[in-house]
Design a binder for this molecule. Structure first.
Ligand SMILES: CC(C)(COP(=O)(O)OP(=O)(O)OC[C@H]1O[C@@H](n2cnc3c(N)ncnc32)[C@H](O)[C@@H]1OP(=O)(O)O)[C@@H](O)C(=O)NCCC(=O)NCCS
Length: 139
């Protein structure tokens, strides 16, 4: 898929107030060996790769397809990719008020391991803390 196609899918999967990546970012992502994009039906995950850790930059499902199990399927694929990559951990940040995302991560056994105060700018004058969550892949 081209950077434009990924970007168009991303725009459908992200809530408008949370858009953080631009088409220029996707052009860089598709060229970078440190970024992996996983695309399933109507959903997308963007991962940052280091030697031993995978960072989930974003997972999202198109709004009209949410609540049907696609997020779970996508996260299973992320975990399976991370194990194949031989990463020790998966880490991510999620807004403290983002209940669906917190629930899905908890259901896959991600644990909360820190808070970044006032991390997300929701709209002018409003900020939201981010929870840092981590899944250990070591057995
Ligand atoms: C978070 C998100 C990816 C979940 O995808 P989804 O396809 O709707 O999720 P699923 O249908 O697979 O549900 C998986 C679990 O998520 C949680 N969940 C999903 N929707 C929820 C809701 N509206 N309220 C509370 N929990 C919810 C539940 O734990 C659910 O498991 P259950 O069905 O056994 O209760 C989706 O809501 C989304 O794209 N949100 C916008 C983007 C975003 O905020 N991404 C996270 C950034 S880190």
């Amino acid at each position: 898929m081209s950077a434009e196609e990924y970007f168009n899918l991303y725009k459908k999967c992200v809530d408008v107030q949370s858009i953080q990546f631009t088409l220029e970012d996707f052009k860089r992502f598709t060229q970078s060996s440190n970024i992996k994009i996983i695309k399933n039906r109507n959903c997308i995950a963007i991962l940052g790769l280091t030697d031993s850790e995978i960072e989930i930059y974003f997972i999202g499902v198109e709004e009209k397809f949410r609540g049907k199990g696609l997020g779970k399927e996508l996260l299973k694929n992320v975990i399976s990719f991370s194990k194949d990559y031989r990463a020790c951990t998966i880490i991510l940040e999620v807004g403290v008020n983002n209940k669906p995302a917190k629930n899905i991560y908890r259901s896959f056994n991600f644990k909360e391991c820190g808070v970044r105060k006032n991390y997300y700018r929701i709209r002018p004058g409003f900020r939201q803390d981010a929870l840092i969550m981590r899944l250990s892949l070591e057995t």
